[in-house]
Design a protein around this ligand. Structure first.
Ligand SMILES: Nc1nc2c(c(=O)[nH]1)N[C@H]1C(S)=C(S)[C@@H](COP(=O)(O)O)O[C@H]1N2
Ligand SMILES: [Mo]
Length: 436
């Protein structure tokens, strides 16, 4: 804490020197007013939108039409023969705060979004239970619910920076890291439903299965199922979107997104893991000796600078507000550090908000860019004292082409012209591929 205060006061002190007297006169805190701001642009008379009545009401609102470019980036690797297999990524660089608007929550589906009739949909709980039960959506809606803000992050998030891409390619922040979104989820603690069926003594695991054409299924340790796992029915206050699992999904907080089964239709209580296709051939970590780790559940501590970030708009010399997101599947965030000098020195960023476990925080750091070539990076540490590794350290733990669970530090290289590029700490040059 002491260190942070010192750094901040240094910052303001320095800025006061660098900013002209004229700017000082127009502001109280003085330090961050961009050069483009002045009082002369206010025109005489009223703008056209003040001289005619405005548009009337709508039953369901949509964003301003000028914001149409705030959209998900679609990734369909098998577009011709399996169009519903793939993902769409949240445009993290276009958003603020920590909550992802529902229409921009990332989507990861293995065989499309099923057209479920919520009136016909059923959830079966069976296996090692005293009495198997089938719940309709309307039955579940009668139970007491709980609301929590949790992130969901796909194990494959940041694959563009993984061992599958040995050279850094030029992609936006959202395209690289946007398989992570955050919602306020409302639902029934799974524990309540498991208590209704009565779990047998020998039970240690559950199998959760989705009602989509991929019949996604995963094994979850009973301990986690009875801890904070939710059967979510609402997302940011409204019923879950079809792409997020309507009418019901599991939210297994902090753990790899794959395990948060969407369109939940069946839970089987078991003695052992089921070793399904989705947890053996995929979502397992390939090591350098050719062996594979069976289960890696938590998404480890991570952060990314969302602004300034790679993209078409060059950075301008002067004051820059650096901000981003930090999260951990193992707790909450203890600190976020920002480096503006290729990792030589690190400064404590300000953490905003209530910093709840398994929910991201937004961090902020004010900086003055002197126009010289440099790089920006953020490094988060969680409440369990885990710190994000550099990519070079992360990368060597895994085999060729390995892409899951990449929580390494993102580096944004800034050229003297203000162009911002994705960079690796172990490869000197970024390639010049550009966003399609
Ligand atoms: N039934 C089902 N559940 C699923 C999937 C799926 O394809 N089918 N994809 C999983 C994966 S890999 C992830 S990362 C999360 C993504 O959740 P979202 O699409 O709501 O972001 O859902 C998981 N649950
Ligand atoms: Mo995923």
């Amino acid at each position: 804490m002491k260190k942070m205060k010192k750094q901040q006061s240094n910052f303001f002190f320095k800025n006061k020197i660098e900013i002209s007297r004229r700017t000082l006169l127009f502001s109280s805190a003085a330090s961050l007013i961009p050069a483009s701001i002045n009082a002369e642009s206010i025109k005489e008379g009223s703008p056209s939108w003040m001289t005619t009545p405005g548009k009337t009401f709508s039953e369901y609102g949509v964003p301003a039409q000028q914001e149409v470019n705030t959209k998900r980036k679609i990734f369909q690797p098998y577009k011709e023969y399996a169009p519903g297999t793939g993902a769409s990524m949240t445009p993290l660089e276009k958003l603020e705060g920590i909550i992802t608007p529902n229409g921009l929550h990332f989507e990861r589906s293995h065989n499309g979004i099923p057209a479920i009739d919520p009136l016909q949909h059923e959830l079966l709980i069976h296996g090692l239970v005293e009495r198997p039960l089938v719940f309709k959506t309307e039955d579940l809606l009668k139970y007491p619910m709980k609301t929590k803000t949790y992130f969901i992050e796909c194990a494959g998030n940041s694959f563009y920076n993984s061992n599958a891409f040995p050279i850094a390619i030029d992609r936006t922040c959202g395209t690289i890291h946007g398989l992570m979104s955050t919602s306020e989820w409302t639902g029934i603690p799974l524990k309540i439903i498991l208590n209704e069926v009565g779990i047998k003594k020998e039970a240690k695991w559950i199998l959760a299965e989705g009602s989509d054409a991929s019949a996604m299924s995963r094994s979850i340790p009973l301990e986690k199922a009875l801890d904070d796992t939710l059967i979510a029915l609402y997302q940011n206050g409204e019923r879950i979107r079809p792409e997020q699992g309507y009418p019901m999904r599991l939210v297994v907080p902090g753990w790899e997104g794959n395990i948060s089964i969407k369109w939940l239709r069946r839970i089987k209580v078991t003695k052992k893991p089921t070793y399904t296709k989705d947890e053996t051939s995929k979502y397992s970590d390939l090591l350098t000796n050719g062996k594979t780790l069976q289960f890696t559940f938590p998404m480890e501590v991570k952060s990314v600078i969302t602004h300034p970030t790679a993209g078409p708009v060059p950075l301008k010399k002067g004051p820059v507000h650096i901000t981003g997101l930090a999260w951990s599947g193992l707790g909450n965030i203890k600190k976020v550090e920002v480096s503006t000098d290729k990792g030589k020195t690190w400064n404590i960023a300000k953490i905003e908000g209530s910093n709840q476990p398994l929910s991201p925080v937004r961090f902020r750091y004010n900086w003055m860019w002197n126009g010289e070539e440099c790089s920006l990076q953020s490094r988060a540490t969680d409440s369990k004292s885990n710190t994000q590794p550099q990519r070079s350290i992360w990368s060597v733990k895994y085999g060729l082409g390995h892409l899951y669970h990449n929580n390494s530090i993102q580096i944004w290289r800034i050229t003297a012209k203000g162009k911002i590029l994705n960079e690796y700490d172990d490869v000197a040059q970024s390639s010049t591929w550009s966003e399609k």
